[in-house]
Ligand binder design. Structure first.
Ligand code: ZN
Length: 237
């Protein structure tokens, strides 16, 4: 069965000593991207899959970055261009042009102009909620309001955002009836794909569109662990 690994990144730093947790160094990121290219992976967009614009390549992979930090523009974007790889960037709209206030507010988030400057052949934008709150602790009314705020922002600033959604913290309601009503809401808001974490490899054809798994690529991961994770998913050692 064909596999679809989806990689998840956050911050990118020029400082190799900072490569840990949600921050990866440019050096490590470049080694990983080089490895993917050397192994014949073809990066695709979610929007390619949805519209069947492309025949799925032999070894598809999706590269994702959450939170649209300015450091992704400075360090990840040039590498993606260099290796001719595509990536999906997920935007928490309330913080665009500001800081990551849901964390400690230290990291700069791209501005509207910076988001618009990204080449749409290299980067597709997706939703990461409006206020970066976990969906599993929100009422359905609050979820609807959050979607509306996203749409208002997108229209106001004329941004090209695809109907794909990365759940903040990977969280979504797990209890059966809450989960199905949440997924119904996603359908009502025309979301094509919803992304959790899960650390598993997706199989094609996809049997679910709202529980796609992403592989959490940590900054302190060795290149050999990265290779295993891309191939097998969750590492048991
Ligand atoms: Zn996030």
């Amino acid at each position: 069965m064909a596999k679809l690994p989806i990689l998840m990144y956050h911050n990118v730093s020029a400082n190799t000593a900072e490569s840990k947790g949600l921050t990866i160094s440019v050096e490590k990121l470049e080694q990983q991207l080089q490895y993917l290219v050397s192994k014949g992976y073809t990066s695709i967009f979610f929007s390619d899959m949805e519209s069947n614009k492309i025949v799925p390549p032999k070894k598809p992979i999706i590269i994702t970055f959450d939170d649209v930090y300015e450091n992704q523009l400075n360090y990840a974007y040039p590498l993606l261009q260099k290796y001719k790889l595509k990536a999906s960037f997920f935007v928490p709209f309330a913080y665009v042009g500001g800081y990551d206030d849901w964390n400690d507010g230290q990291e700069k988030i791209m501005s509207v102009e910076q988001l618009k400057s990204l080449d749409s052949n290299v980067i597709e934008l997706g939703l990461h909620s409006f206020r970066h709150r976990p969906y599993d602790s929100m009422s359905s009314e609050a979820v609807d309001t959050d979607f509306q705020e996203c749409q208002d922002f997108i229209q106001k600033h004329k941004l090209d955002v695809k109907n794909i959604l990365a759940y903040p913290y990977g969280k979504f309601p797990r209890e059966k009836s809450k989960k199905s009503s949440f997924f119904n809401q996603l359908s009502a808001h025309r979301i094509a794909f919803g992304l959790r974490i899960g650390n598993r490899i997706n199989l094609l054809p996809l049997h679910t569109k709202y529980e796609l798994n992403r592989l959490d690529i940590k900054g302190d991961m060795s290149l050999s662990s990265f290779k295993l994770k891309v191939k097998f998913g969750k590492l048991l050692f």
